[in-house]
Design a protein around this ligand. Structure first.
Ligand code: ADP
Ligand code: F6P
Length: 480
């Protein structure tokens, strides 16, 4: 049960909010989406999942309410959860939301940061709305900030917010973490306001990324756009402020997820899934329905498996759960039609009167059901064309039964591939290679599966959600 409350404004004297050296300070998380404290059902999206695992009592989580209104709220609505986390949210005006979210964030930044310049649609009014919404976030957060608070902004929807906070006189330590990949200068320069974004991020003390490649791409952009010279620690000076780019890969609460999967094995959904499979092996994909996830290529690869390795026909079932996402953006609608067609092609080609090779669904599934499904799956297929980290890969590993684990087939272009090297690493653009990896996973001897799984699990346990938060906040606290 959560209760509504009003936060006391923290001294709007107009003077800069200097950070008090010894004040403990709260952690103030800012993200576009904020999970509802009262609704703990399915959440498709890595950001909410990772942070919900690690947000500590006493923290403040600020963001969008999920509501579009006539006007953007000037003041946040707050709720305190039963774990003593304060959730503060604002509504966004419909006219700005369209241009901010569907326009600049998901029509320009998302494709660009996933290396898909062909899908990028840029126009100035969208970018202006993006800045307007980032400013509205900053203005509504301002009265809630106390001296000593550590402000931690998340993801590509909020790249200009730190600069807006600075313009309002906020002197607290500010960090930004990018959940998606970052691109090298040759790609970022395609975006007209590239330099403006890099300058805005430089209002932060700490800018965090998922992979070492993302850190160096960001620093290369800073050097080109701002003319700065980063040192070996990833620090540079811009307009009198020191900014540091750091590597803090995101993770999951692996122990909690493993326990959930074990329990979920006996829940109604998992039992129904197992019964529907009979003796067949399950190949499983779980994603948001997003073109970065490589779903058409994955369907093709499954078709190649059935074609090139006929011994698996009637012995496997591929279940793809692809939760609908960003349906107002044209490229997502096109993808959905494309997947409907390809799923029909595969089933039309290979189905028998008592076997349908591909099951494809587009609504989200509850977290405990997903955990049970992962544990049932002989192959976890995680083949994005580009992904910041991909938490599904980590969840799949954590959910396995160590005595008889399934195999992860993982794209080399997911951030997770930097670490999870014992998975079967594939190039998702090559359906024959992905089919060969599926085959290898399906016939792999138990001892090899156990050895690979033990190595993967140790890594998933090590780079977990808690470590991610602690690491980032340690950088953010350290103002040397
Ligand atoms: P992204 O942040 O791009 O969505 P991630 O793989 O990092 O990708 O995180 C996705 C999160 O959302 C995971 O925790 C996963 O369990 C959850 N999720 C993804 N797809 C679905 C789905 N179809 N139904 C329910 N949860 C999903
Ligand atoms: O991690 C990428 C991300 O865009 C998150 O910022 C977001 O929570 C998640 O994917 C889901 O996307 P959306 O908020 O657009 O539904």
């Amino acid at each position: 049960m959560s209760k509504a409350s009003t936060l006391t404004p923290a001294g709007r004297s107009g003077a800069p909010r200097a950070r008090e050296k010894n004040a403990p300070g709260r952690v103030v998380i800012v993200s576009n989406r904020v999970p509802s404290p009262s609704d703990k059902t399915a959440t498709a999206g890595g950001l909410a999942v990772a942070l919900a695992d690690a947000v500590t009592p006493g923290s403040l989580w600020f963001g969008w309410s999920g509501k579009r209104a006539d006007e953007t709220s000037a003041k946040a609505h707050t709720e305190i959860s039963d774990t003593n986390v304060t959730y503060a949210t604002i509504d966004i005006a419909e006219r700005d939301y369209q241009r901010f979210y569907n326009g600049f964030a998901n029509g320009a930044l998302w494709p660009l940061l996933h290396y898909r310049t062909g899908l990028l649609r840029f126009n100035r009014p969208d970018f202006e709305a993006y800045r307007t919404v980032n400013r509205a976030f900053a203005e509504a957060l301002l009265p809630l900030i106390r001296p000593g608070d550590l402000i931690w902004i998340h993801d590509y929807q909020l790249m200009t917010m730190a600069a807006e906070l600075r313009a309002l006189g906020v002197a607290n330590r500010i960090g930004f973490f990018l959940h998606v990949p970052f691109v090298p200068p040759s790609l970022l320069q395609v975006l007209p306001p590239a330099a403006e974004l890099i300058a805005a991020l430089s209002a932060c003390d700490i800018v965090g990324f998922q992979t070492a490649g993302d850190v160096s791409a960001f620093l290369d952009n800073a050097a080109i756009c701002l003319g700065v010279q980063p040192d070996n620690a990833g620090c540079y000076l811009y307009q009198g402020r020191k900014t540091r780019a750091v590597l803090t890969p995101i993770g999951i609460d692996s122990d909690k997820f493993a326990a959930l999967a074990e329990t979920a094995e006996q829940t109604a959904e998992t039992i129904r899934l197992r019964e529907s499979l009979g003796d067949r092996a399950l190949v499983l994909g779980v994603d948001r329905l997003d073109y970065s996830k490589g779903l058409p290529q994955r369907f093709d690869a499954y078709g190649r498996l059935l074609y090139a390795y006929p011994q698996h026909r009637r012995c496997v079932n591929f279940l793809q759960i692809a939760a609908r996402s960003r349906q107002e953006v044209g490229s997502y609608q096109t993808l959905r039609r494309e997947l409907d067609r390809r799923a029909g092609d595969i089933n039309g080609e290979f189905s028998d009167f008592d076997w349908v090779p591909l099951r494809y669904m587009t609504h989200p599934v509850k977290r405990n059901a997903i955990a049970g499904f992962y544990r049932t799956a002989r192959i976890g297929l995680v083949t994005p064309l580009r992904d910041g980290m991909n938490l599904v890969a980590k969840e799949y590993v954590a959910a396995q039964n160590a005595a008889n684990p399934g195999m992860l087939v993982l794209s080399r272009f997911a951030g997770a591939a930097d670490e999870l090297t014992e998975a079967l690493i594939v190039n998702p653009f090559d359906p024959d290679e992905v089919a060969a990896a599926m085959h290898q996973g399906l016939v792999m001897p138990l001892e090899e599966r156990q050895a690979r799984h033990a190595a993967l699990l140790a890594k998933v346990k090590h780079t977990n959600a808690r470590r991610y938060c602690e690491q980032f906040l340690e950088y953010l606290r350290d103002d040397q």
